[in-house]
Design a protein around this ligand. Structure first.
Ligand code: MN
Length: 202
């Protein structure tokens, strides 16, 4: 689990990357990183803060808990949609930047868990890539822990977060076109294949 996600609270701020916008070249280009971080991610943060202005009770909750309990919260339906999209957007991108951080150390215990569940890390990557490639439209591919702690691979639409399902995301891949279109245009498969080069957690 991404350490930055723990205890994220209102008012939310755009997390610093901790590395340069050009650090993931040539796999993810600098221009995409700049726009993705300073425009897209910032937009989710701003809209999340905006919707939470009128809910002081939610301002004191961790974002993970808000998402886990979203359906049962006593707030307007249209605001649930806003939190789902923008709270998801914030938490998803925070994880995404972290697992690509060149300073991130490989997680050896996660790797051995993956080897047990998927036979090998390569096999896991293949399965994950297939899910990411076959996801229709905007969304994310995830490796997440379900309520029992078991690792699962699946995709979700839009900015939906595994927290909505009571799961905890471990790895997330953004397959929105804004994540790759400048460099890869319609070639999502090439983006996914190259993306593994910048995943530092494995
Ligand atoms: Mn994105």
């Amino acid at each position: 689990m991404c350490r930055r996600e723990v205890g994220m609270k209102y008012p939310y701020t755009l997390p610093e990357l901790g590395y340069g916008y050009d650090a993931l070249e040539p796999y993810i280009d600098e221009q995409t990183m700049i726009i993705h971080h300073t425009k897209h991610h910032q937009g989710y943060v701003d809209k999340l803060n905006k919707v939470l202005e009128k809910y002081p009770d939610l301002q004191n909750m961790d974002l993970e808990d808000i998402l886990r309990n979203l359906e049962s919260l006593n707030i307007e339906d249209k605001d649930k949609v806003q939190i789902r999209n923008n709270g998801g957007g914030h938490i998803n991108h925070t994880l995404f930047w972290d697992i690509m951080n060149p300073n991130t150390q490989a997680d050896e215990s996660l790797k051995s868990e993956i080897e047990q569940k998927f036979d090998s890390v390569d096999n896991f990557k293949k399965e994950f890539s297939t899910v990411a490639l076959s996801h229709f439209g905007s969304g994310w591919a995830y490796l997440a822990r379900d309520e029992k702690g078991d690792l699962q691979v699946y995709s979700l639409p839009n900015q939906d977060s595994p927290y909505l399902l009571g799961h905890t995301p471990v790895i997330g891949l953004d397959v929105w076109e804004h994540a790759y279109y400048l460099k890869y245009q319609n070639r999502r498969a090439e983006y996914i294949e190259n993306w593994w080069n910048v995943v530092k957690i494995l």
